[in-house]
Write a protein that binds this ligand. Structure first.
Ligand SMILES: *Cc1c(COP(=O)(O)O)cnc(C)c1O
Length: 357
């Protein structure tokens, strides 16, 4: 009899796959677990020439993103979400079983999972207590790794790794290591972007997405910004037609001047709601710690986290439990929803506050 588990690659056999918010599920009417936009925008679906394959790299989309980001067109790659870009970077630059990467948890899980899939060792160097990089430890691996992944603003802690530390890393790692800065949430603090530095540092790679501030998680569209040579290499490896015609049409529309303008308005509303939620949560005695955030989520440490998480789930408010993650005992990540969703959350927590006493 065929034992399929003897056929599968050993690292896939051992792999614990990414548990996405949609996979974990949870029945709710207030979904604050995936850092999505609370606004559902309407886009026209233009069904034109669907009998033809799409452009491998849609020119108009790249040209609009170039205007939006200030990065030139030959320094941009479009992919199926930035998750595909993470996968492509490891696939393109890391020799399985030989090359290594660095990640600094608590951070986004996909860097580690993609590395595991390709059999690439991940040196895990946890962040310090202030959620900054443990630079001394990282420097010990100076000549030993191909890629350092840094999420900025960091998911799930919400803070920014200091810019001068990134610049130091870019300089020190110049001759042999890519420094990948994942800017999935940069629109919430756009003045902090490092995009313009790709002209100065040939080892800098920046990841962007339409999934968060642009409110388009459903279309799966991301961007890699890096020097031309890196983009050319990634283009050798990417699937022949990664972006479907409807996706590139919607992306193009999302990047129009007027839609970028409304995205910025939504971002300032979210940032306002985040501050509102921050101060409301501060009043609750079972909140131990709220970590200041510059993104569309906040990380909160609770007393009796399990109880709170489950009670809110029962009420249809779905958050992301981080309790089992490295250095995040008792923590929950809360995506910033609409003002109404924030208020519903606060109201339920206030009710529980009485019930706990
Ligand atoms: C959501 C998220 C992504 C994934 O973005 P997609 O473009 O939807 O694949 C990448 N990095 C971080 C840090 C994220 O939180």
């Amino acid at each position: 009899m065929l034992d399929i588990l003897k056929l599968v690659r050993h690292n896939i056999y051992k792999l614990t796959p990414y548990s996405s918010a949609r996979k974990i599920g949870g029945m709710g009417h207030v979904l604050l677990n995936a850092n999505e936009s609370p606004s559902n925008l309407s886009y026209e679906l233009i069904h034109k020439e669907l009998n033809r394959y799409p452009e491998p790299q849609p020119k108009k989309v790249i040209s609009k993103y170039s205007l939006y980001s200030g990065v030139s067109t030959d320094q941009i790659l479009v992919s199926r979400g930035s998750d595909e870009a993470i996968d492509l970077l490891i696939k393109t630059f890391c020799e399985p079983g030989k090359d290594k990467i660095i990640t600094c948890p608590p951070t986004y899980d996909m860097y580690d999972i993609s590395a595991q899939i390709y059999g690439v060792k991940n040196y895990i160097i946890p962040m310090l207590y202030n959620w900054q990089l443990d630079i001394e430890k990282i420097l010990k691996f100076l000549n030993k790794v191909k890629i350092v992944f840094i999420c900025r603003p960091n998911n799930p802690t919400g803070n920014l790794i200091k810019k001068n530390v990134i610049i130091d890393l870019l300089k020190l790692f110049k001759s042999r290591t890519l420094v990948v800065i994942d800017e999935a949430y940069i629109e919430f603090c756009i003045e902090k972007t490092l995009a313009s530095f790709i002209n100065k540092y040939p080892n800098l790679v920046i990841l962007r997405t339409l999934s968060k501030a642009f409110g388009l998680a459903g279309i799966r569209c991301g961007f890699t910004l890096a020097n031309k040579k890196i983009i050319e290499l990634l283009n050798k490896v990417i699937a022949p037609y990664p972006i479907s015609t409807p996706v590139s049409n919607i992306a193009l529309e999302a990047l129009s001047d007027s839609n970028v303008k409304s995205m910025k308005i939504r971002v300032s509303e979210i940032n306002y709601n985040r501050n509102f939620l921050f101060f409301e949560l501060k009043k609750l005695y079972f909140v131990k710690n709220i970590f200041p955030s510059v993104a569309n989520y906040i990380l909160v440490r609770f007393c009796s986290v399990q109880k709170i998480f489950e009670e809110l789930s029962r009420k249809g408010i779905i958050l992301r439990n981080q309790d089992s993650k490295i250095n995040l005992k008792g923590c929950i990540r809360i995506s910033i929803g609409s003002r109404d969703e924030c208020c519903q959350l606060v109201k339920e927590l206030e009710k529980m506050s009485k019930y706990f006493k």
